[in-house]
Write a protein that binds this ligand. Structure first.
Ligand SMILES: [Zn+2]
Length: 400
């Protein structure tokens, strides 16, 4: 969702930093909110009003689509908002831009649906949001709607809620564009997206290919470096699996079931935070060291997954690549996605292609005799694809 500009100038590595045009980049900052009890009630109430509006807008579009085969669009629905605010006084307390954003979310849900239909993927018709299933509201133009930090960043003013205590665990940068208030379990957060100036790192010609793995091997580079998920993260995942087993043994509707469910949700959130943290650290290390980072294109990988050894797509990869892309844009580095097909079968030295069972980690190429490690070879092939050279030309890439 963040505006990522994709630089592409790989053919000329010597000037790879010089030729990138600097545009502002968007960066997200998420902070914990500490609302008072009455503020919590107001936040809950705002979410509930937004949820009801979302469902009403969805209902209308469904009806129009099914009964008349017509589509009611975003602008048409947006025009009724003043009427809603006039007729239903409780909506007057919610900023009109927040309500517009709700309508926009319905629109986005439909756009996604139509796109999936067009691509002949599993479509999934936009669904109604049940109670407790609507967790955030957004001020699309935070400055205009009066959302701002107060008292040296100790509080934030939110329209319709008031001045809420906030903890800025890292400084906010740039100009605030949007603000989203979010509920996660019992906690409240505010996420600012800001426009910041890119901070280019000193240029480097070093390029790397990365092969994405599955837990605990997160990725392996064409230089032969393995990045593993941290131990505490693996431990947390084990605890989650245990909590899920316990949940499945409790009787539905019972107090213990409810408690176990809470516990599972809490662990889920903890793991999601740890994972994001790990993704940030890993991406930062790569961006600091390499001028060009080449990875598998997940869209193609998704389509071709039956043909790759990767099996089911790891949900974490998409987030990692998104973080990597915007960190790279900020630092003036290039990130390139390439077609991943056959990258784990081809010999990076001579190009000989052979399918091998998954358990074969190391092998000797029957054609050229190079001794190869499966994942490093894949990462080297990924790098070579971005170079648009036949694999192995002019470069000694075999693992000694
Ligand atoms: Zn070979």
């Amino acid at each position: 969702m963040l505006g990522i500009s994709q630089p592409r100038l790989f053919s000329d590595t010597s000037s790879c930093n010089a030729s990138i045009r600097w545009t502002m980049i968007k960066k997200a900052f998420k902070y914990r909110l500490y609302p008072t009890r009455p503020q919590q009630r107001d936040l809950e109430h705002t979410l509930e009003l937004c949820r009801q509006l979302y469902n009403a807008a969805l209902q209308e579009r469904r009806d129009a689509h099914r009964k008349v085969g017509k589509t009611v669009g975003f602008y048409e629905q947006k025009r009724w908002l003043p009427e809603i605010r006039a007729g239903l006084p409780e909506y007057r307390g919610v900023h009109s831009q927040v309500l517009q954003n709700v309508i926009e979310r319905v629109d986005k849900a439909f756009q996604g649906f139509f796109r999936r239909v067009k691509e002949k993927r599993k479509a999934g018709y936009p669904r109604f949001k049940g109670r407790g299933r609507y967790d955030s509201f957004t001020f699309p133009q935070a400055e205009k709607t009066g959302v701002k930090l107060q008292k040296d960043g100790k509080r934030v003013f939110i329209h319709g809620i008031g001045s809420v205590k906030v903890k800025l665990h890292r400084p906010l940068e740039g100009r605030i564009k949007t603000a989203t208030v979010k509920r996660e379990g019992d906690h409240w957060y505010i996420v600012f997206t800001c426009e910041v100036e890119p901070k280019p790192l000193p240029p480097t010609d070093r390029a790397v290919g990365i092969d994405l793995g599955t837990n605990p091997h997160f990725l392996i580079t064409s230089d032969g470096e393995t990045v593993e998920a941290p131990r505490y993260f693996q431990k947390a995942e084990e605890r989650l699996a245990k909590a899920q087993r316990e949940l499945s043994r409790k009787k539905k509707g019972s107090y213990r079931h409810k408690q176990a469910k809470k516990q599972v949700a809490k662990l889920h959130r903890k793991i999601a935070n740890q994972r994001r943290d790990f993704h940030h650290k890993t991406a930062r290390k790569l961006v600091e060291r390499y001028g060009v980072i080449v990875h598998e294109d997940l869209n193609i990988l998704g389509l071709a997954r039956s043909r790759t050894a990767k099996g089911v797509l790891d949900a974490g990869w998409a987030q990692f690549l998104q973080i990597l892309a915007y960190k790279a844009a900020e630092a003036g580095r290039q990130v390139i996605g390439v077609d991943p097909r056959y990258t784990s079968q081809d010999c990076p030295v001579c190009g000989y292609r052979e399918k091998r069972p998954l358990w074969v980690r190391e092998y000797t190429c029957p054609q050229c005799g190079a001794h190869l490690h499966r994942d490093i070879a894949a990462a080297q092939n990924i790098l070579a694809r971005a170079r648009a050279e036949p694999a192995g030309m002019g470069t000694a890439w075999a693992v000694p």
